[in-house]
Write a new protein. Structure first.
Length: 114
């Protein structure tokens, strides 16, 4: 199973982006987005489940939306009003239905710069 992220890039302050994460196969019960900036620990950004229970970190709540297309095994993260503190490598993570191990994607770089 592979998780492949896309949608990263350079965004000006105040801009928006939409990240995507596609799973190659299997079915998952839980999905998440994490991010890691240089010199900082990885932090959770948002999570969702197949029953649409969602969580947002305080840092992104109110300006981010995580959504899931189960039929396409794809999870999205839309973020608005991006600031330099949002920059980093964004990783997708997921847990299989009935599983306990977390599967990770390689990440997609987000840079916030004018």
């Amino acid at each position: 199973v592979q998780l492949v992220e896309s949608g990263g890039g350079v965004v000006p302050p105040g801009g928006s982006l939409r990240l995507s994460c596609v799973a190659s196969d299997d079915a998952f019960s839980w999905w998440a987005w994490y991010r890691q900036a240089p010199g900082r620990e990885r932090e959770i950004v948002a999570t969702t489940t197949v029953t649409n229970v969602v969580y947002y970190s305080a840092a992104v709540k109110g300006r981010s939306t995580i959504s899931l297309n189960s039929a396409k095994n794809t999870v999205f993260l839309e973020m608005n009003n991006l600031q330099p503190g949002d920059a980093g490598v964004y990783h997708c993570a997921a847990i299989r239905l009935g599983g306990i191990s977390t599967i990770w994607g390689q990440g997609t770089q987000v840079t916030v710069s004018s």
